[in-house]
Write a protein that binds this ligand. Sequence first.
Ligand SMILES: C[S@@+](CC[C@H](N)C(=O)[O-])C[C@H]1O[C@@H](n2cnc3c(N)ncnc32)[C@H](O)[C@@H]1O
Length: 456
Amino acid sequence: MSGPQIQPARRIALDVIMAVREQDAYANLLLPVRLERAKLSEADAGFATELTYGTLRLSGYYDRVIELAAGRSVDKIDPAILDVLRLAAHQLLSLRVASHAAVDEAVSLAKTVGSNSATGFVNGVLRTITRTEPAVWRERVLGSAKSDDERLSLEFSHPQWVIRAFRQSLTAEGREDELLELLAADNVPPRVSLVALPGQSTVNELNAYPSVFSPVGAALDGGDPAKLDAVRHGSARVQDEGSQIAALALSRSQPVIPGEKWLDLCAGPGGKAALLAAEARVSGATLIANELVPARAELVRKALAVFSPAPEVWEQDGTTIGESHPAEFDRILLDAPCTGLGALRRRPEARWRKKPKDVADLADLQLRLLESAIVALKPGGVLAYVTCSPHLGETKVIVQSAIRRSGVVEKLDSQEIIAGFTRERLDLPAAQHAQLWPHRHGTDAMFIQLLRKASL
Ligand SMILES: C[S@@+](CC[C@H](N)C(=O)[O-])C[C@H]1O[C@@H](n2cnc3c(N)ncnc32)[C@H](O)[C@@H]1O
């Protein structure tokens, strides 16, 4: 007996969710490719996106529901069948999809990825879930927590170590009372944010709302940004407002002297490099973009192809650029490789993939890159140390170590510099750095510290 037809949106969502688990795929890269190939209608593509992102993002919560309904730990469930269950749980508990559609199609999907006995198991677990209201599941799930942090972890579907890192960072600002708002904000997909590259296009041309803070940013309420002329021509790009502020903090830190040489040390895939290149061009400076990974350097070249002549792209190890190019650059952006814990809104699986050990491994690289950048900076030059993570071990701790060890850089008042170009002043607790937040500013949680190297 064959089951009901599987809707393409559900098939694609399951394929992407399985690829994320089995092949470490990135949902935000793979899903658009699959949608394009399947030529789904706008509505079906929207449904597939919601299914994929919502399931991945909230899988911590759904796993507890599944455990309670199945009477066994999720570790004891075949991973592909667990993917099917999570996908259906999202439809039943968050999207309120009619239960026959969600359950019957889940059973059909289970048939394609598991054994026949698995389909009976899927049917049983999902029927159990449908017999209880979502609000009652919520109470049961939260009631099953053994500590306050576990409760938060279940309620907002974040790993506990990430919650502790966020709490530490907010506490350091005296804003620990914002933790719940932050966790909630991470579960809401951001609006599409655009940047109009200076000298190439203007915010007015974009037919979108001017951004709250970035003078070159605009927010799109809906629709496909790829259909905008300016985006098609490369004169405007999709870019988080926090990233725009980070790039402008460097380019607008002080007046540009024509002929200045700028370096984007870790440029791939080239979002900030494009904005810096535009800023450099209108002010008479030259940008060089560097990226270690050749495939990502290729993306940087594509991102910069709109400029003629296009900025040079190097493929060097940033940790040795100080040795090979000492005291050469007037300004350097170090947008360091990081855990990306500040961008959980747009990378739904990232919170589950990152581990505490990643912070320690990255911290070592971040410090070596920053020390190398300091050596490559001219005396009197300005450096922006940026991460899209608010983890203190990747932000303030790295900056403090580099300042102490190099002895030649000092912090600039990054907040004052940023206030000099933003449309509205950002709400930031007094400090020399700027830590942006999704819940407070509507941006990714970017950390920005400007540093100046002592003059000779
Ligand atoms: C946070 S991303 C940069 C994002 C980029 N600024 C943008 O806005 O599109 C960090 C980049 O650093 C690169 N990277 C990692 N280690 C590096 C190294 N030793 N030298 C240069 N680049 C490196 C990574 O491949 C990654 O592309």
